[in-house]
Design a protein. Structure first.
Length: 720
């Protein structure tokens, strides 16, 4: 049953449809000034400026010109349909089917082909015609391009609504249908090739440019719709789709140290970017960049895209937004960049890798898993970028500091955007202090950007000591300074000079501090961290050791993985509890304990960070661990002269009653540095309770208490 078109009066049905179209076309634009004139004098005619933007007016003008040609074609089809329609003058048309109407429907309709034979709708209108540019970029046929024009016409010109309603013989269906589109295209409805252009696997559907709605209807009566984003793009609007709001982020600026004119002067980074740029310019590329440090892959991508002159969309969002993302990339001719995959990336990767016509660059720290998607991308490992770090820091600071910048920033492995943020924080700290930029400001800003999830398993210490706080013999002191030097230059020695190649070895620095309790092992670790400008994380064994089989290894893996991507010093205090010797397997407990040690041996080989181990009993450490250590520093028990220096160091900030004679207490009481500090604390509390200064008697009492705690005989009091 047909539906009567509104406002139809006795007369030609074509005239009724055209009259309604004319009413839409002559209606005043909403908000257009009428200046008090009558309606018929204030009718608003669209001008070029109404359809154009300030930035790109030509695309809208071209599209409107195409719609004018399409309107002529629609009028021809209306004339053809109404020429011998016996019901065109029936006032009850659409409410019933007469015998004449049925016989009319049974007559064959010969489509008009002249408009497309002459190429009037397919010909370019202007050089800025975005429909032609889009068809060329996506490989669409002229058939597809005109089909899009037919489908989007009601979204741009309301006069097409009543005309389409008339041609659909249903006033409520004012969008083009499959049958109407084929008639306007001059193609028989039984053409298999033409019908295939509407299928879900056809280019327009797979590219997200056309939706064939109402699948429950017969094929020819299904409506056609184009997304609003496509219409906006064809009119010259490049604002991203609203569905992507909150999921698109700007790309970081490319590293200033990379010069595309001299691509082979900066170690591994520049040649890698040069090859990636060449691959991008050769055609659509899908690549997975595995990064060791967060942000390294993004810096490579930013440099390659900048050199290739290719804009990009940086995306972070759910997989159900990927179709809109791909359509946006196709409309604007941009690449897609994804950094930071979700925990379960298979769905997202499958959606991204399904687009062979869009360059997709994904970065992440995890190894690529072939189960993520069916079509494997190009998988690459991102090279280290430490060689460019100094120049990146210098450019981010915007000034040449009066200190050795290379030595200060060497321990940090920050990406370009993190370096910029750290430099900004350092400048703000300097302005707050009212002083010039100093290494302390720079280190504090860098540490803020190196914060990580290590605090879930370790206690974070901000180092507040330096080399002046250590009282050690020359040998261990020299070894500690060497340890700091190794941490600074490990990227050059182990990376550029390839001394860590083979066996999957990492670029970590491992040290063992062995000595009796209180000899300064933990304090030395804090001094090394302070020298490097890093935070110290003391691993809490309570959060690591687990009674269940395999759980201890999992906890340690979380710690090592987090430490790999964090600029920090990791301290395993009392390490023999975890790194103990393997024993003969007598029962299942021994076997699982040995498995834990074997895991640690393997993990230390691939570690990239800085880890320090302390133990009171060096003999308890497995020899296999010792071989993997860079340095073993023995902390001897302090002799009389060192004990005297430790007493003086501990009392340096304590108010004392005159010049105390510390020689006798240092000679009579054989205490390590930790015990001496405890004795000074005890003496300070005794003096504070009297509201007085610390005296020699207070120090003597503190030393005696340390002896009693250790179960040792207290020597004679002597004379002070």
């Amino acid at each position: 049953m047909t539906t009567q078109i509104p406002q139809a009066q006795p007369g030609s049905a074509r005239e009724a449809a055209l009259e309604e179209a004319a009413l839409h076309e002559e209606a005043p634009r909403e908000g257009a000034p009428d200046e008090g004139t009558p309606h018929e004098e204030a009718s608003y005619a669209p001008t070029e400026s109404d359809f154009a933007t300030d930035l790109a007016p030509a695309p809208a003008v071209s599209l409107i010109a195409r719609l004018g040609a399409l309107r002529d074609r629609v009028a021809e089809l209306v004339d053809l349909r109404s020429a011998d329609d016996p019901t065109s003058a029936d006032p009850m048309r659409g409410l019933y089917l007469s015998d004449e109407a049925i016989r009319h429907l049974l007559l064959p309709v010969e489509p008009v082909r002249e408009a497309f034979a002459e190429g009037r709708l397919g010909a370019p209108v202007a050089p800025q015609d975005r429909l032609v540019a889009l068809a060329g970029r996506l490989g669409l046929t002229e058939f597809d391009a005109v089909l899009l024009l037919i489908a989007l016409a009601p979204d741009l010109d309301r006069t097409f609504e009543p005309l389409y309603g008339y041609l659909n013989d249903d006033v409520s269906r004012r969008r083009a249908t499959v049958a109407l589109a084929l008639d306007l295209l001059g193609v028989p409805v039984h053409s298999a090739g033409s019908r295939a252009r509407f299928h879900a696997t056809a280019p327009l559907s797979t590219l997200g440019l056309l939706t064939v709605e109402e699948p429950e209807r017969p094929f020819l009566s299904r409506s056609l719709r184009v997304p609003d984003r496509l219409v906006a793009h064809l009119l010259g609007d490049d604002t991203p789709d609203a569905t992507l709001t909150g999921h698109l982020h700007p790309l970081p600026a490319p590293p200033p140290s990379y010069d595309p004119q001299e691509p082979f002067l900066d170690g591994e980074f520049a040649p890698f970017v040069h090859r990636l740029t060449a691959s991008l310019t050769a055609g659509p590329l899908t690549v997975y960049l595995r990064e060791r440090r967060e942000g390294e892959g993004l810096a490579c991508v930013a440099a390659a895209l900048d050199t290739a002159g290719m804009p990009a969309l940086r995306f972070s969002g759910p997989e159900d937004r990927v179709p809109d993302l791909l359509r946006e990339a196709r409309l604007s001719g941009r690449a897609i960049v994804v950094s930071g995959l979700p925990d379960q990336p298979a769905g997202l990767m499958r959606e991204l890798m399904s687009a062979a016509d869009v360059s997709v660059l994904v970065t992440g720290p995890r190894p690529y898993d072939p189960q993520w998607c069916e079509h494997d991308p190009l998988v690459l490992d991102v090279p280290a970028q430490q060689a460019e770090a100094v120049r990146t820091w210098s450019a981010a600071l915007g000034e040449e500091p009066d200190f050795d910048l290379a030595a200060v920033v060497a321990p940090y492995h920050l990406s370009g955007d993190r370096i910029a943020r750290a430099a900004q924080a350092a400048r703000q700290l300097a302005r707050f202090d009212g002083t010039a930029l100093s290494p302390a400001h720079l280190r504090l800003g860098a540490r803020q950007q190196s914060a990580s999830g290590l605090e879930q398993h370790a206690r974070r210490i901000h180092p507040a000591v330096d080399w002046q706080d250590l009282v050690l013999p020359d040998r261990p002191l020299t070894q500690l300074r060497e340890l700091a030097l190794r941490a600074r230059h490990r990227d050059r020695v182990l990376g550029d000079w390839r001394l860590s190649a083979g066996g999957g070895r990492g670029r970590g620095v491992l040290g063992l501090f062995a000595g009796e309790s209180g000899t300064g092992k933990t304090l030395s670790a804090e001094v090394v961290a302070a020298e490097l400008g890093l935070d110290l994380y003391v691993v809490q064994l309570s959060s690591v050791v687990d009674k269940y089989v395999g759980e201890t290894e999992k906890n340690l893996e979380r710690i090592f993985s987090e430490a790999d991507r964090t600029d920090a010093v990791l301290l395993f205090d009392e390490a023999d509890a975890v790194f103990g010797k393997r024993s003969e397997v007598k029962d299942s407990h021994d076997r699982y304990a040995n498995m834990e040690s074997a895991y640690l041996l393997q993990r230390l080989e691939s570690f990239h960070g800085i880890a320090l181990l302390t133990t009171n009993l060096r003999a308890n450490i497995d020899e296999a661990f010792t071989r993997r250590l860079d340095l073993v520093v023995d902390f001897p028990f302090p002799d009389r002269h060192q004990r005297l220096a430790l007493w003086r160091q501990s009392l340096s900030h304590v108010p004392c009653a005159g010049e105390l004679e510390l020689g006798p207490v240092a000679a009579d009481f054989e205490l390590a540095g930790g015990s001496i500090r405890s004795a000074v604390v005890t003496a300070a509390y005794l003096a504070a309770a009297r509201d007085d200064l610390v005296t020699g008697a207070d120090l003597l009492e503190g030393a005696r208490r340390e002896y009693r705690k250790a179960g040792r005989l207290v020597p004679g009091e002597g004379s002070w």
